[in-house]
Design a protein around this ligand. Structure first.
Ligand code: OAD
Length: 257
Protein backbone atom coordinates (compact mmCIF):
# COMPACT_ATOMS: atom_id res chain seq x y z
CA UNK A 1 0.00 0.00 0.00
CA UNK A 2 1.23 3.49 -0.79
CA UNK A 3 2.20 5.81 2.04
CA UNK A 4 0.14 8.94 2.00
CA UNK A 5 2.50 11.84 1.20
CA UNK A 6 2.48 14.72 3.63
CA UNK A 7 0.73 17.81 2.44
CA UNK A 8 2.85 20.29 0.58
CA UNK A 9 5.29 22.86 1.82
CA UNK A 10 3.84 24.05 5.15
CA UNK A 11 5.79 24.55 8.36
CA UNK A 12 4.45 21.33 9.91
CA UNK A 13 5.48 19.26 6.91
CA UNK A 14 8.89 20.82 6.86
CA UNK A 15 9.32 20.03 10.55
CA UNK A 16 8.16 16.44 10.00
CA UNK A 17 10.84 15.99 7.34
CA UNK A 18 13.43 17.65 9.59
CA UNK A 19 12.52 15.13 12.31
CA UNK A 20 13.02 12.25 9.87
CA UNK A 21 16.45 13.59 8.96
CA UNK A 22 17.37 14.28 12.60
CA UNK A 23 17.26 10.59 13.40
CA UNK A 24 18.96 9.48 10.16
CA UNK A 25 22.49 8.11 10.11
CA UNK A 26 22.78 8.40 6.36
CA UNK A 27 21.01 10.68 3.90
CA UNK A 28 21.22 10.26 0.14
CA UNK A 29 20.22 13.11 -2.14
CA UNK A 30 19.25 12.65 -5.78
CA UNK A 31 19.35 15.92 -7.68
CA UNK A 32 18.33 16.99 -11.17
CA UNK A 33 18.35 20.12 -13.27
CA UNK A 34 15.82 21.91 -11.02
CA UNK A 35 18.39 22.33 -8.26
CA UNK A 36 20.50 24.50 -10.58
CA UNK A 37 17.61 26.50 -12.01
CA UNK A 38 17.95 29.29 -9.46
CA UNK A 39 21.59 29.61 -10.52
CA UNK A 40 20.32 30.54 -13.99
CA UNK A 41 20.82 27.18 -15.72
CA UNK A 42 17.78 26.04 -17.70
CA UNK A 43 16.19 22.65 -16.92
CA UNK A 44 15.49 20.14 -19.71
CA UNK A 45 11.76 19.54 -19.60
CA UNK A 46 10.14 22.67 -18.19
CA UNK A 47 7.62 23.86 -20.77
CA UNK A 48 8.86 26.96 -22.68
CA UNK A 49 12.15 27.40 -20.84
CA UNK A 50 13.48 23.81 -20.80
CA UNK A 51 16.37 22.94 -23.13
CA UNK A 52 14.41 20.11 -24.76
CA UNK A 53 11.64 22.59 -25.62
CA UNK A 54 14.12 24.42 -27.86
CA UNK A 55 16.64 21.81 -28.93
CA UNK A 56 16.37 18.28 -30.29
CA UNK A 57 17.84 15.75 -27.85
CA UNK A 58 18.24 13.18 -30.65
CA UNK A 59 20.53 15.59 -32.47
CA UNK A 60 22.42 16.92 -29.44
CA UNK A 61 22.52 14.14 -26.89
CA UNK A 62 23.06 10.86 -28.78
CA UNK A 63 26.06 9.18 -30.39
CA UNK A 64 24.16 9.16 -33.71
CA UNK A 65 23.72 12.93 -33.45
CA UNK A 66 27.42 13.40 -32.76
CA UNK A 67 28.40 11.16 -35.69
CA UNK A 68 26.16 13.02 -38.10
CA UNK A 69 27.19 16.54 -37.06
CA UNK A 70 30.04 16.60 -34.52
CA UNK A 71 30.54 20.36 -34.86
CA UNK A 72 26.93 21.15 -33.96
CA UNK A 73 27.02 18.94 -30.87
CA UNK A 74 30.43 20.29 -29.86
CA UNK A 75 29.27 23.92 -30.14
CA UNK A 76 26.16 23.24 -28.06
CA UNK A 77 28.15 21.77 -25.19
CA UNK A 78 30.77 24.48 -25.56
CA UNK A 79 28.02 27.10 -25.27
CA UNK A 80 26.64 25.42 -22.16
CA UNK A 81 30.14 25.12 -20.67
CA UNK A 82 30.76 28.83 -21.25
CA UNK A 83 27.43 29.65 -19.62
CA UNK A 84 28.65 27.83 -16.52
CA UNK A 85 31.65 30.09 -16.19
CA UNK A 86 29.34 32.95 -15.20
CA UNK A 87 27.03 31.12 -12.78
CA UNK A 88 27.33 30.38 -9.09
CA UNK A 89 25.77 27.75 -6.83
CA UNK A 90 22.53 28.89 -5.19
CA UNK A 91 21.16 28.63 -1.66
CA UNK A 92 19.90 25.10 -2.35
CA UNK A 93 23.41 23.87 -3.19
CA UNK A 94 24.81 25.60 -0.10
CA UNK A 95 22.10 24.14 2.16
CA UNK A 96 23.15 20.64 1.04
CA UNK A 97 26.71 21.48 2.05
CA UNK A 98 25.43 22.57 5.46
CA UNK A 99 23.52 19.31 5.80
CA UNK A 100 26.89 17.53 5.96
CA UNK A 101 27.48 19.11 9.38
CA UNK A 102 24.10 17.91 10.68
CA UNK A 103 23.94 14.25 9.57
CA UNK A 104 26.69 11.61 9.98
CA UNK A 105 26.74 10.79 6.25
CA UNK A 106 25.42 12.70 3.26
CA UNK A 107 25.89 11.54 -0.33
CA UNK A 108 24.78 13.72 -3.24
CA UNK A 109 23.97 11.71 -6.36
CA UNK A 110 23.44 14.12 -9.20
CA UNK A 111 22.23 13.87 -12.77
CA UNK A 112 23.63 17.33 -13.36
CA UNK A 113 26.82 17.80 -15.34
CA UNK A 114 27.41 21.38 -14.15
CA UNK A 115 29.70 20.74 -11.16
CA UNK A 116 27.76 23.21 -8.96
CA UNK A 117 27.45 20.87 -5.97
CA UNK A 118 31.24 20.55 -5.88
CA UNK A 119 31.68 24.27 -6.45
CA UNK A 120 29.38 24.95 -3.47
CA UNK A 121 31.56 22.65 -1.34
CA UNK A 122 29.73 19.31 -1.13
CA UNK A 123 32.35 16.66 -0.39
CA UNK A 124 30.63 13.47 -1.44
CA UNK A 125 29.18 13.96 -4.92
CA UNK A 126 28.53 11.20 -7.45
CA UNK A 127 28.02 12.36 -11.05
CA UNK A 128 25.68 9.88 -12.69
CA UNK A 129 25.60 11.62 -16.07
CA UNK A 130 29.23 12.70 -16.23
CA UNK A 131 30.65 16.20 -16.35
CA UNK A 132 30.45 18.87 -19.00
CA UNK A 133 33.96 20.07 -18.19
CA UNK A 134 35.64 16.69 -18.87
CA UNK A 135 36.29 14.99 -22.18
CA UNK A 136 37.15 11.64 -23.71
CA UNK A 137 37.89 10.17 -27.08
CA UNK A 138 34.79 9.14 -29.01
CA UNK A 139 36.12 5.89 -30.52
CA UNK A 140 38.31 4.42 -27.82
CA UNK A 141 37.08 6.31 -24.78
CA UNK A 142 40.58 7.41 -23.71
CA UNK A 143 40.32 10.16 -21.13
CA UNK A 144 41.29 13.46 -22.78
CA UNK A 145 42.92 16.60 -21.46
CA UNK A 146 40.92 19.81 -20.96
CA UNK A 147 39.94 21.56 -24.15
CA UNK A 148 39.95 25.35 -24.42
CA UNK A 149 36.54 26.96 -24.86
CA UNK A 150 35.46 28.50 -28.14
CA UNK A 151 36.41 25.80 -30.68
CA UNK A 152 33.80 25.35 -33.37
CA UNK A 153 34.70 21.71 -34.08
CA UNK A 154 35.81 18.93 -31.72
CA UNK A 155 39.58 18.46 -31.58
CA UNK A 156 41.16 15.07 -32.25
CA UNK A 157 42.67 12.60 -29.79
CA UNK A 158 46.24 11.34 -30.35
CA UNK A 159 44.63 8.17 -31.76
CA UNK A 160 42.89 10.20 -34.45
CA UNK A 161 39.37 9.95 -33.04
CA UNK A 162 37.26 12.98 -32.23
CA UNK A 163 37.12 14.24 -28.65
CA UNK A 164 33.66 14.45 -27.07
CA UNK A 165 32.28 15.80 -23.79
CA UNK A 166 32.29 13.27 -20.94
CA UNK A 167 28.53 13.34 -20.45
CA UNK A 168 26.10 10.44 -20.75
CA UNK A 169 23.97 10.58 -23.87
CA UNK A 170 20.62 8.91 -24.44
CA UNK A 171 21.05 5.20 -25.03
CA UNK A 172 24.43 5.07 -23.28
CA UNK A 173 25.28 3.18 -20.11
CA UNK A 174 25.91 5.19 -16.98
CA UNK A 175 29.52 5.14 -15.75
CA UNK A 176 29.63 1.83 -13.90
CA UNK A 177 31.56 2.98 -10.86
CA UNK A 178 29.30 6.01 -10.34
CA UNK A 179 26.18 3.88 -10.64
CA UNK A 180 27.48 1.28 -8.19
CA UNK A 181 28.44 3.94 -5.65
CA UNK A 182 25.06 5.64 -6.07
CA UNK A 183 23.20 2.36 -5.56
CA UNK A 184 25.23 1.71 -2.43
CA UNK A 185 24.50 5.20 -1.05
CA UNK A 186 20.78 4.71 -1.68
CA UNK A 187 20.93 1.25 -0.14
CA UNK A 188 22.39 2.48 3.15
CA UNK A 189 20.35 5.70 3.39
CA UNK A 190 17.63 6.14 6.00
CA UNK A 191 16.25 9.19 4.17
CA UNK A 192 16.45 10.01 0.48
CA UNK A 193 15.82 13.55 -0.73
CA UNK A 194 14.79 13.70 -4.38
CA UNK A 195 15.25 17.27 -5.53
CA UNK A 196 14.54 19.06 -8.80
CA UNK A 197 14.22 16.07 -11.08
CA UNK A 198 11.31 15.08 -13.30
CA UNK A 199 11.99 11.44 -12.41
CA UNK A 200 11.58 10.48 -16.04
CA UNK A 201 15.08 9.37 -16.93
CA UNK A 202 16.21 5.85 -16.05
CA UNK A 203 18.02 4.34 -14.35
CA UNK A 204 18.50 7.40 -12.10
CA UNK A 205 14.78 7.72 -11.37
CA UNK A 206 14.54 4.19 -10.01
CA UNK A 207 17.38 4.52 -7.52
CA UNK A 208 15.28 5.98 -4.67
CA UNK A 209 12.37 3.66 -5.33
CA UNK A 210 14.37 0.48 -4.91
CA UNK A 211 15.74 1.87 -1.63
CA UNK A 212 12.22 2.44 -0.43
CA UNK A 213 11.49 -1.27 -0.63
CA UNK A 214 13.80 -1.79 2.33
CA UNK A 215 12.31 1.03 4.38
CA UNK A 216 14.14 4.23 3.43
CA UNK A 217 11.95 7.34 3.68
CA UNK A 218 11.62 9.31 0.47
CA UNK A 219 11.08 13.05 0.37
CA UNK A 220 10.47 14.91 -2.86
CA UNK A 221 11.33 18.62 -3.10
CA UNK A 222 10.06 20.24 -6.27
CA UNK A 223 7.69 23.08 -7.26
CA UNK A 224 5.60 20.38 -9.00
CA UNK A 225 4.63 16.84 -8.16
CA UNK A 226 6.39 14.26 -10.31
CA UNK A 227 5.77 10.50 -10.54
CA UNK A 228 8.21 10.18 -7.60
CA UNK A 229 5.71 11.95 -5.32
CA UNK A 230 3.41 8.94 -5.73
CA UNK A 231 5.82 6.80 -3.78
CA UNK A 232 7.19 9.49 -1.50
CA UNK A 233 6.60 9.72 2.24
CA UNK A 234 6.65 13.51 2.03
CA UNK A 235 6.46 16.19 -0.63
CA UNK A 236 7.78 19.69 -0.01
CA UNK A 237 6.47 21.99 -2.68
CA UNK A 238 8.65 24.83 -3.88
CA UNK A 239 11.97 25.83 -5.39
CA UNK A 240 14.89 24.03 -3.77
CA UNK A 241 16.77 27.30 -3.28
CA UNK A 242 14.06 28.27 -0.80
CA UNK A 243 12.96 24.95 0.67
CA UNK A 244 16.41 23.49 1.41
CA UNK A 245 17.65 26.40 3.57
CA UNK A 246 14.35 26.27 5.51
CA UNK A 247 14.76 22.54 5.97
CA UNK A 248 18.29 22.98 7.29
CA UNK A 249 17.08 25.63 9.75
CA UNK A 250 14.27 23.33 10.92
CA UNK A 251 16.79 20.53 11.35
CA UNK A 252 19.06 22.75 13.45
CA UNK A 253 16.03 23.63 15.58
CA UNK A 254 15.50 19.91 16.29
CA UNK A 255 18.61 20.34 18.45
CA UNK A 256 19.34 16.66 18.37
CA UNK A 257 22.79 16.91 16.84
P1 OAD B 1 14.12 17.89 -16.02
O1 OAD B 1 14.21 19.12 -16.82
O2 OAD B 1 13.53 16.70 -16.64
O3 OAD B 1 13.29 18.19 -14.69
C1 OAD B 1 13.56 19.32 -13.91
C2 OAD B 1 12.70 19.26 -12.67
O4 OAD B 1 13.05 20.36 -11.85
C3 OAD B 1 11.19 19.36 -12.91
O5 OAD B 1 10.53 18.36 -12.17
C4 OAD B 1 10.83 20.76 -12.39
O6 OAD B 1 9.51 20.81 -11.84
C5 OAD B 1 11.87 20.93 -11.31
N1 OAD B 1 12.18 22.33 -10.96
C6 OAD B 1 12.04 23.45 -11.70
N2 OAD B 1 12.46 24.52 -11.02
C7 OAD B 1 12.90 24.08 -9.82
C8 OAD B 1 13.46 24.70 -8.66
N3 OAD B 1 13.69 26.01 -8.61
N4 OAD B 1 13.78 23.92 -7.61
C9 OAD B 1 13.57 22.58 -7.65
N5 OAD B 1 13.05 21.94 -8.71
C10 OAD B 1 12.72 22.67 -9.78
O7 OAD B 1 15.59 17.59 -15.47
P2 OAD B 1 16.18 16.21 -14.92
O8 OAD B 1 15.18 15.44 -14.18
O9 OAD B 1 17.46 16.55 -14.25
O10 OAD B 1 20.10 13.79 -19.26
O11 OAD B 1 16.51 15.46 -16.26
C11 OAD B 1 17.12 14.20 -16.19
C12 OAD B 1 18.03 14.02 -17.36
O12 OAD B 1 17.30 14.25 -18.56
C13 OAD B 1 19.17 15.02 -17.46
O13 OAD B 1 20.29 14.62 -16.68
C14 OAD B 1 19.48 15.04 -18.91
C15 OAD B 1 18.07 15.12 -19.43
O14 OAD B 1 17.87 14.73 -20.73
C16 OAD B 1 20.88 13.75 -20.35
O15 OAD B 1 21.21 14.73 -21.00
C17 OAD B 1 21.34 12.35 -20.65
Amino acid sequence: MKNKPLKTGGVKELQAVANMIASARSVAVLTGAGVSKESGIPTFRDAQTGLWAKYDPQQLATTAGFKSDPGLVWRWYDYRRQLLASVEPNNGHYALVELEGLVPKVTVVTQNVDGLHQKAGSHNVIELHGSITSFFCFDKRHPAADVAAGLSEPPRCHCGSLIRPAVVWFGEMLPEEAFDRASEAMFEADVILVIGTSGLVQPAASLPLTARLRGAKIVEINPERTPIAESADAFLEGPSGQILPQLVEALKACGKR
